[in-house]
Design a protein around this ligand. Sequence first.
Ligand code: F6P
Length: 498
Amino acid sequence: MSDAWQAVGQLGTRTLQELFAAEADRVQRLTLEEAGIRFDFAKTHLGEDALAAFEALAEQQDLAAARDALFAGAEVNPTEGRAAEHSAERGQGAPESVARASTLHARMRALIDAIEAEAFGPIRHILHIGIGGSALGPDFLIDALGRDAGRYDAAIVSNVDAAALEEAVADFDPHSTLLAVASKTFTTMETLLNTRSALAWLEQGGVADPYGQMVALTAAPDKAIEFGVDETRILPFSETVGGRYSLWSSIGFPAALALGWEAFEQMLEGAAAMDRHFRLAPLSRNAPVLAAFVDRYYANVRGCETRAVFAYDERLRLLPSYLQQLEMESNGKSVKLDGTPVGRASSQITWGGVGTDAQHAVFQLLHQGTHLVPVEFVAAVEPGHSYDEEHHRQLLINCFAQGAALMAGKGSEDPHRNYPGDRPSTTILLDRVDPFTIGALLAFYEHRTFVNAVLLGINPFDQFGVELGKSMAKAIDNGEDLGFDPSTEALIARALGE
Ligand code: F6P
């Protein structure tokens, strides 16, 4: 075991109450405000000793050099021979990559202007088809920010189960529907099958040229052309932008269309503000870095297998699903960059829900269960509705009360009524849910995921783990006799009659 990890492994386990008693300036030191977001790490077990140990680990793992390499457009994804240039999409990266991203954004904007000018007819509905990183980002953005945008009805369809497509188009008029197909590779089975069915739906609805209402968002324009999409309706993005990091590129097209170009640009600006913070702030005052230290502490010192994210804001209800892909597809790995075993827990399992609903469902386990689960509360000071302000007051009161209760606990002679306390939480408080702040928040999560990977020594930008299942499905589809296990053979025979 390397020295810095050894020191981390030997960290004491002082309680939160002890830490607050010993460190009078805890709130000051462990709370920071950046880009309209307050990050409060004070109710975690990140004591001064832990901070020093993790800073030493960051130095050992050469976090500063890794961060520079990321922003310089170096090949930080060696297993796929690529850079990871999502930050270039928001103007922070190698000059040639920033210029390319800006040209492609201009192309996207021109197409949006054309749609607004009714070059595609009277478009009122956006049917976005994509999966994973080609759906979760746009879905989250439109759900969070598009509630009163009112320009278009947007539906995001990802599942190959056509019940999703059927429901999405139920109230859409084919003549005023724009089909936006998002796929980095333009080879994804679910997306291509759903696209064919959507084109058939347009045709059956009387649209003479269904392809004329289709736009492709992809890093493989040649494949989209092969599929039948006209070159003028393809919005390319760079191969160096990873799928789960792609909402800033043309994958964000439905959001840019539904929310308006100005909102999309503000989102990029918010992300750029977080990029600058991540690049320039010292480690001890750096939000993504501190968050990753907290993640590593609970995963590698306290043995926590999960972390829970609760959005205390209905507009952010899709955040946990978005984070599940970002964190688990990035860091759910068992080997380091050099192929040797990572040797310690890598990604935590990310789960969560919406407050206050979750309080009445899963919080029992958080307060009294046998698992220690670091909790993250995400809330906004400004409400997202025009009803009585008492709603928002109660929402925030409950959010803060839960964090306090998890930490304080409450002793009782009756073991059933005893709350052990000392349960950690982080609170992320947005000034408001607007494009700038959401851009900053998502960039914060991206960089936090990256820092976790650097501390672990793994590559967060590949995802070979998803390939085996895909190839087995293809083999079944092709009727190949791969000698599956008897259980699988029996299921195939029973349900598919093959
Ligand atoms: O199967 C995993 C994955 O490759 C994700 O990483 C990606 O976001 C998703 O599939 C969709 O891929 P594509 O954008 O190429 O259709």
